[in-house]
Ligand binder design. Structure first.
Ligand SMILES: C[S@@+](CC[C@H](N)C(=O)[O-])C[C@H]1O[C@@H](n2cnc3c(N)ncnc32)[C@H](O)[C@@H]1O
Length: 259
């Protein structure tokens, strides 16, 4: 039901554009999945937003800019020394982890937080409910698998297009950590939104059910829930965490459920 609502929101606003005939079958499947039209490049300008598929992968485009996930730009942050100073990595740290610690990123977005966790050894299960964002992320992960130094990391990233409120309530495994980074009200206007993500923000829906999301995360039984918030933002669903790590602009609230 939710998917249909979202797809209806795309119709007329977004089209899939195929750049190269050899990608036509894939483009047809994508357009069907999104409930949008598939058009060739001559009709692309009829739509304010386009998902363009071709040799270069999948990217999102409007009349001013285009964006595509690119994990290679994060490679410098993925060295063991640099990972140690990443706030998210410090927030997600757990004592005596399983041989392979398991994280769920319940608000995957473009997967950057998940990449950091996968780089420091977590097997990461990502959930993203927006089908366009999920398609862009899937393509980013797929392209990264071919990149030296990223392939081994991204093979630990498993994306599913789903609403986490449902998915977390029904997980077939017990995660060590659940990460929550729902878009907070007012974020679109905030200086925190990097230019490269402005296009994506046209698609993101602010979290309307943050209490349900947090309750589903608790129900999944992790040792820890890590919540990304703006530095001065309210606690998610008003629940006070055990502790917070604070940076210049953001804060990680950590709720401890098991030690
Ligand atoms: C602020 S972005 C997350 C950015 C991400 N942490 C990163 O590193 O790229 C929030 C994302 O969560 C998704 N989202 C919000 N609520 C969700 C839910 N209940 N289930 C799945 N995805 C959700 C939104 O569509 C959006 O893409």
């Amino acid at each position: 039901m939710e998917d249909q609502k979202q797809n209806a929101a795309y119709s007329g606003r977004l089209a899939v554009v195929v750049e190269d005939e050899s990608f036509e079958e894939e483009a047809i499947r994508l357009a069907e999945h999104l409930g949008t039209l598939l058009v060739d490049q001559s009709r692309a300008d009829d739509f304010p937003l386009r998902l363009v598929l071709g040799e270069r992968g999948l990217f999102l485009q409007d009349n001013d800019m285009q964006m595509q996930g690119d994990f290679t730009q994060m490679q410098k942050r993925l060295t063991p020394a640099n990972l140690k100073s990443e706030m998210l990595v410090r927030a997600a740290r757990i004592k005596n982890p399983q041989t392979t610690p398991v994280a769920v990123d319940a608000t995957a977005g473009m997967g950057e937080d998940s990449l950091l966790l996968a780089a420091c050894g977590f097997e990461v299960f990502l959930y993203e409910y927006d089908p366009v964002i999920a398609a862009l992320l899937q393509d980013t992960i797929r392209r990264s698998k071919e990149v030296h130094g990223l392939g081994q990391i991204t093979q630990r990233m498993h994306l599913k297009e789903a609403d986490s409120v449902t998915a977390l309530s029904d997980l077939p495994f017990l995660p060590d950590v659940v990460i929550l980074d729902p878009m907070f009200p007012g974020r679109q206007k905030s200086g925190l939104v990097k230019k490269k993500f402005q296009l994506i923000h046209q698609l993101e829906r602010p979290c309307e059910n943050e209490r349900d999301l947090l309750e589903a995360a608790i129900k999944a039984g992790p040792r820890k829930i890590v919540i990304k918030r703006p530095l001065k933002g309210p606690y998610l669903a008003g629940i006070r965490p055990a502790y917070s790590l604070e940076g210049k602009k953001i804060r990680y609230d950590c709720i401890i459920l098991r030690v």
